[in-house]
Design a protein around this ligand. Structure first.
Ligand SMILES: Cc1ncc(COP(=O)(O)O)c(C=O)c1O
Ligand SMILES: [Zn+2]
Length: 412
């Protein structure tokens, strides 16, 4: 039994039934799933939530999957919200929480949107699934496809980190390493999916895929005792994660659960910041980047598909956009690891770097309650540390050698 009403165009408001449609038929605008919220209100109760399974399906009334048997169960979501007191001390913020999505099945938040998109692909009996990816989505899609016994095709830049191209192949996916940027991979993936009738999670299943990410907002709300924080810092690639959080907020508000939105703060690397530049320009349109250049490869999307909507969401919630440089991003990764014992990839480091910068210039106040979305694990991106951590020379197994080694160390 489901509560889905249909699809609605974010640009012109046109409504469609909940079929496999990715863009508005009259204006090509982005579509979002709508629900019968008055009916949801009767079964979505705080007291009942506590008893539900500890995965993202605990918010099933607000997810668009109608057939429970279509779900692939990899235990996605319900990740820890960690109180980060030492990080707070370091950055002069009274209350920081780290939403730790590094512990999802394939070590990034992408397992959430994929869970929903793959369930829809199974409901519709699609012959194969796939994605265009900057790395994390490839792993998430490939793992879910393996469990669903569906063929999987991953389009990614050939220049991606070796680990990110390897993982989907372990799961049995076919990786198509595209000569070019993510945007090149995305364009050819769209054409291929169309020609072959495949379901590409972030392309032709996009409105459904987007729904999975808003569970990050629902979980945060539940974990803070049914309250939202003042600020959420969100890494931006296509911008869809941020717009999904804003949609989740609107739904909670319409259900009467919350009143004011958290300030949504988006962050990208300075070497690829089309959404940040768009936020700062009067027209509020992303400024495409032809050649992204940053260690934060998972955010390196030059022509962000949901950038315009992300800018609108940041403006509507009185948030802002920021773009730290690569050294600051890597410092952010190290600070989080050493203060809190959480190892993120550069995308998570951008949130730490932005919080530091925003405290320095006052864009975030010491007394605001801040949540950092740590969206991916550092274990997939060892290559970004090649320069900072040189290989270690072996030490002979005797005390004199160990003493000499320890004596000669400068700690850093
Ligand atoms: C670890 C990580 N964080 C954040 C993002 C940004 O998500 P979106 O593309 O929805 O803006 C990505 C996207 O690939 C990612 O891999
Ligand atoms: Zn439209």
């Amino acid at each position: 039994m489901g509560y889905v009403r249909g699809l609605r165009c974010r640009a012109c408001g046109a409504e469609f039934p909940a079929v496999q449609l990715a863009v508005c038929e009259s204006c090509f605008g982005p579509l979002e799933v709508t629900y019968e919220l008055s009916a949801v209100r009767d079964s979505f109760r705080r007291a009942d939530l506590a008893e539900r399974p500890r995965d993202l399906w605990r918010y099933r009334e607000l997810l668009p999957v109608l057939d429970e048997s279509a779900r692939v169960d990899l235990a996605v979501g319900c990740t820890p919200l960690r109180r980060a007191a030492d990080l707070g001390e370091a950055l002069d913020v009274r209350e920081i929480w780290v939403k730790d999505d590094t512990v999802n099945p394939t070590y990034s938040f992408k397992d959430r949107p994929v869970a929903v998109a793959v369930a829809k692909a199974r409901e519709w009996d699609l012959p194969a699934i796939g994605c265009a990816s900057t790395g994390n989505l490839a792993a998430a899609t490939a793992a879910a496809a393996a469990k669903a016994h569906l063929p999987c095709y991953v389009f990614a830049p050939a220049s991606l980190e070796p680990a990110k191209l390897l993982v989907p192949r372990i799961f049995g996916a076919t990786v198509v390493p595209i000569e070019g940027t993510y945007d090149d991979a995305n364009r050819i993936a769209l054409l291929t999916a169309d020609r072959r009738g495949w379901g590409f999670v972030n392309i032709n299943l996009r409105p459904y895929y987007a729904e999975g990410s808003k569970t990050l907002l629902f979980e945060t709300w539940e974990q803070l005792g049914f309250e939202l924080p003042d600020v959420i810092v969100v890494p931006l690639g296509s911008g869809l994660l941020l717009t999904s959080l804003e949609k989740g907020f609107r739904e909670l508000r319409e259900l009467g659960e919350v009143a004011d939105p958290p300030r949504l703060v988006g962050t990208q690397a300075a070497g690829c910041a089309p959404i940040v530049q768009g936020f700062e320009s009067p027209d509020g349109r992303p400024k495409p980047v032809r050649r992204p250049e940053t260690v934060a490869e998972s955010l390196a999307i030059g022509d962000p598909g949901s950038g315009f909507e992300a800018i609108q969401a940041m403006r509507a919630t009185r948030g802002f956009a920021d773009a730290p440089n690569d050294p600051d991003i890597l410092d952010g990764v190290r600070l989080l690891a050493r203060a809190e014992g959480v190892f993120t990839e550069p995308a998570g480091g951008t949130t730490v770097a932005t919080l530091r910068r925003a405290r320095e210039d006052g864009r975030i106040d010491r007394d605001e309650r801040v949540v950092l979305l740590i969206t991916g694990s550092g274990l997939k991106t060892p290559a970004v540390w090649r320069d900072a951590f040189q290989p270690l020379a072996p030490v002979p197994p005797n005390s004199a050698a160990v003493d000499a080694y320890l004596g000669g160390l400068h700690h850093g």
